[in-house]
Every structure is written in C-alpha cells, then in structure tokens.
Design a protein around this ligand. Sequence first.
Ligand code: GZL
Length: 306
Amino acid sequence: ASAARADDLPKLAEKPTYKVGFAQTESNNPWRLAQTQSMKDEAAKRGWQLVYTDANSSAAKQVADVDSMIAQHVDVIFLSPREEKPLIPAVMKAKKAGIPLFLIDRSVDANLAKPGRDYVSFIGSDFVEEGRRAGEWLIKATNGNAKIIELQGTSGSSPANDRKKGFMEAIAKTPGMQIVASQDGDFTRDKGRQVMETLLQAHPEATAVFAHNDEMVLGAITALEAAGRHPGKDITLVSIDGEKDGLQAIVDGKLGATVECNPRFGPGAFQAAADYAGGKKIPPIVVNKDHFYDKSNASESLAGSY
Ligand code: GZL
C-alpha cells in the first residue's frame, strides 16, 4: 500500500469489534433522544464499545467532548456538530490524531472542512430538500397566499441554515407567499412557544407558520390557542421531523404536514464504519430518505414513531 500522506484521511484497521465515540449535541427533544437510542442500540447489537457524550447544547463542550474521545483512543468518532463553524476544530483534531470521523445528522461549514478529505463522510438528511418540500406543501395548502411566521432552528446549525434556504427557494416564485417574521426558537418546544407569542402579537395578520422542527410547532400551537386562534382552521402550520406528538397534531387537525427527518442513525452509521474498515469506498455524502406526513398517512405512522 502507498505510504500514508500527511493529510490523508485516517484509516480504520479491520477488527472484530471497535471502540466508537458518539458526541451528541443535546438531549432536550424527542428527536435527539431517538438518535441517541438508535446509536446505543446498534453498539449493543454489534458488541462494540460506545463512548457517549452529551454537549448539553454547548458547542464549546462538544469540542471538549471530542478531545476526551481522542484522549481515550477511540477507533472512530461519530459527531453531530451543534453548529457549522465552532465544531471545525474538533473535526481537524480527530484527523490530526489519526482517528476517522463521520459527521452524522448535522454538518460543518464545507468551506472549512470537506468530506473525503477532512472527515470520512456526512450521513444525514437533505435539509435543503426538507425546507423545499415544506414550502411547496404550504403554497398548495394556502393557494399561494400566506403571511408566514417562521420559527428557525438553532442559529448556525446546518438544519436551520439549509431548511430556511430550501423554503425560501420554494416560495420565491410565488409572490403571495410572504414571510412577515422569522426568529430562532432553538428547536425546543418552550422557546418555540415563547417566540410564537412574541411574533403573533407583532403580526396578528399571520395566516401560516413554518417551523424548522415539530417541537417548535407544538409550542407554537400552544401559543396560538392561548391567543384564541384555531391552528389548522384560521392559521396553517407546516413543520419538519415527524415525531409522535407532531403526527398526533396532524391527526388532531392542528398541524397540516411535517417532512420526516429520520433520527435512527445507528444501523447506517455503524455499517459505514465497518465498510470503511473493510476498505470499501464511502461516498462523501450519504443522504437519508425522508418520508412526508399529512392527514392521509399520519395516524397509520403513529405506531412506529418516537
Ligand atoms: C436534524 C436535527 C434536528 C432536528 C431537531 O437532523 O439535527 O435537531 O430536526 C433536532 O428536532 O433538535
């Protein structure tokens, strides 16, 4: 084999089992809990050792968490970077330490670190496509006329950046679709409720809500009902994730639709690591397939949700 060049991707020697690190961003939402459970279940299924950390919503702690995994000499690291820029040092430190790293779920700024060069691969959903699908549904649901309040995900995160990008692309060609207000709700139910209360007071004319995830749209529904509005009747809501409470809100007629963002990364991520160790070429981007939920399929999907 050719001598490894200094800036080559670290290799993963083939072994019966591996010691893998998973640096989770936070655990404040059913989506994150489902992702973590999926990783833990797959490690147990394969008999691999899992070094798990939770950054408690702090990018700085997440960088420190990756440092600790490097110090523990894990064989491979799975990282869900909270935000696109602050986690670049963690990606580069893993590479320098000769530990292959996979980004799962969220990504980092592509101008600063590239898949196939600085980390093995990004495995996750196409967030731009998710935003686009949400926008296209909302155009149809409102006959191309809506005053939209947008609840954005964690600022600086790739899902927030890219869902917004896709949504804006979708509505750009329909002038009747106007975003009247947009604010960061940090992907949580409580912040989503608080932000919705504020924006609704400033924009009582709003006729639609686009939330970057179900937790925030569920918070928005609480705020709307407290203000005497009737979600699903005098205001149309669209969201992303497909968590159980989101599907239930569709069944209840309060949420119009949600684009699935599958949180069950375990099988695909661990298989990618095993394939990499086996010398297989891993594509730099591996896109998860996302379903779409509306009143035609929400109730039948409740059972399998999280
Ligand atoms: C998307 C993931 C997002 C979810 C949110 O892949 O990073 O983070 O959409 C979660 O629910 O907080």
